[in-house]
Write a protein that binds this ligand. Structure first.
Ligand SMILES: N[C@@H](CCC(=O)N[C@@H](CS)C(=O)NCC(=O)O)C(=O)O
Length: 204
């Protein structure tokens, strides 16, 4: 398997952390693309992923899987232990519900804030600074929401580490690019974050 990757981008990191939690990071050949230089926009890479985004997982039989959440769900079936996406229909639904909530609210807010304030991808998309600023506010609200959530929950989904924790920690770390960090009064969020940082997969 080949993973088309970019070291500092948050979506590919979700896959690397997932593989590390499974203990199979070394089973995947990493192909690193420089997004700033547009290496994901070439005809060669578009033949791998017509959406021109990383991550993309190319299987040995020629099939390619893209979309981070989908890649991780596929890997959870191929490498079932430990399960990170749930073992029963209810568990799978709850974990997927939270993974989507995290992605569609916090993760997107941080990504839009970065893209529309920094203009990093101005060569390929319309940059609207006001939309970036709206998303900084949304990301701040999301941090506050998480702090309340972790006052009552050990992990994103109850008392079990799952893919939703990976999505969350990758978003929180990426928020550095908009200078958003956990504030000193967000002690519940900080407690959970310290636990994430202590996991070996955090370095992936
Ligand atoms: N919906 C895709 C989004 C992937 C995505 O936005 N990847 C970013 C890196 S984190 C990317 O490739 N950006 C390059 C670009 O927009 O040109 C997924 O979930 O995998």
């Amino acid at each position: 398997m080949k993973l088309y990757d970019t070291e500092r981008a948050p979506n590919p990191r979700r896959v690397r952390m997932f593989l590390a939690e499974k203990g199979v990071l070394d089973k995947v050949e990493i192909v690193s693309l420089d997004l700033g230089k547009g290496e994901n926009l070439t005809p060669e890479f578009r033949a791998v992923n017509p959406m021109a985004k990383v991550p993309a997982l190319a299987l040995d039989d020629g099939n390619v899987i893209t979309e981070t959440a989908t890649i991780n769900r596929y890997l959870d079936e191929v490498f079932p232990s430990p399960s990170l996406c749930g073992e029963t229909p209810l568990e799978r639904a709850q974990i997927d519900m939270w993974d989507r909530r995290i992605e569609l609210t916090g993760f997107f807010a941080i990504a839009f804030a970065f893209r529309h304030i920094s203009g990093f991808f101005a060569d390929r998309e319309t940059v609207i600074k006001e939309w970036g600023e709206v998303n900084v506010k949304n990301a701040e609200k999301w941090f506050a929401f998480l702090d309340k959530h972790f006052a009552k929950n050990t992990y994103v989904v109850g008392d079990k580490f799952t893919v939703a924790d990976i999505t969350t920690v990758c978003a929180i770390d990426f928020a550095k690019v908009i200078s958003l960090r956990i504030s000193p009064e967000q002690t519940h969020l900080q407690r959970w974050y310290d636990e994430m940082r202590a996991r070996p997969s955090y370095a992936a």
